[in-house]
Design a protein around this ligand. Structure first.
Ligand code: PEP
Length: 260
């Protein structure tokens, strides 16, 4: 059984003090939820301080982006090694905001995914179609094209640990979530594509849904057989709301904690 993973993408929100207040409020309640893995992805400036607060707990630390090189003349960038050093276990790669606002191409996403694994980080690879692509009937081809490019340098062993977040761009931050049925269909398509390319390794790949998930609609996604958790943006900024989503994701019999 795949343990669902619920990740909080705080984007460019929360000072270190605000991040600490969130962790203090949420951690005692997250600690008693079993059968779900939880990841917090604060902005770079709060990574180290949040990481310290999470030490000794099952809640994992994640970053929101990385550069693919280990070091060099790349002003403003942060390397995979640096993220690993401050305690990150995960890193979000290819979020649609990075693709749309910061010119992140499929080729860069491919390099970042490879670099994350090389540094011992697990990438949370975001894929998803725009509204125009959906309306043109291009959802499936866009998602599988992104997947093909991003996984081009991976082995089956990498894919077994990979997390894919299906995030329809039109659902992010809009309040218009996909239906559970459609999230399940596209998540199943993602797993089928990975299985075709990497074989049974895809059976342990976790495929999350992301896009306007809240406590009001989370159950609809989290009960789907192909959906292994959620990537949560706006609703993850509030400790009460985020803990509520984590509780809805818990699968009795799941092992919780990080994959080996
Ligand atoms: C996201 O940014 O990954 C996301 C899913 O945002 P929201 O939950 O706010 O739609």
């Amino acid at each position: 059984m795949r343990t669902p993973l619920v990740a909080a993408n705080w984007k460019m929100h929360k000072t270190r003090a605000e991040a600490a207040a969130f962790v203090e409020a949420a951690l005692p309640r997250l600690a008693v939820v079993e059968g779900v893995e939880v990841v917090l992805c604060p902005p770079y400036t709060a990574l180290e301080s949040v990481g310290r607060l999470l030490q000794g707990t099952a809640v994992r630390l994640g970053a929101q982006n990385l550069h693919w090189e280990r070091q060099g003349a790349f002003t403003g960038e942060v390397s995979p090694t640096m993220l690993a050093e401050v305690g990150c276990a995960y890193v979000i790669v290819g979020h649609s905001e990075r693709r749309r606002l910061f010119g992140e191409t499929d080729d860069r996403v491919r390099r970042k995914v490879r670099a994350a694994f090389d540094a011992g980080l697990v990438p949370i690879l975001c894929v998803g179609e725009t509204l125009e692509e959906r309306q043109a009937g291009l959802t499936d081809s866009r998602v599988t094209d992104q997947l093909a490019e991003a996984t081009a340098d991976l082995s089956a062993e990498d894919v077994a640990r990979l997390v894919v977040a299906y995030e329809p761009v039109w659902a992010i931050g809009t309040g218009h979530a996909a239906t559970g049925e459609e999230a399940n269909r596209v998540s199943g398509l993602i797993r089928a594509w990975l299985r075709g390319r990497f074989g049974s390794a895809a059976d342990t790949t976790r495929v999350q849904y992301g896009g306007s998930v809240t406590t009001r609609n989370a159950a609809e996604f989290l009960q789907q057989p192909e959906v292994d958790g959620a990537l949560v943006g706006g609703a993850s900024l509030d400790a009460e709301e985020f803990v509520g989503i984590v509780q809805l994701a818990a699968r009795p019999g799941g092992t919780g904690g990080a994959p080996g």
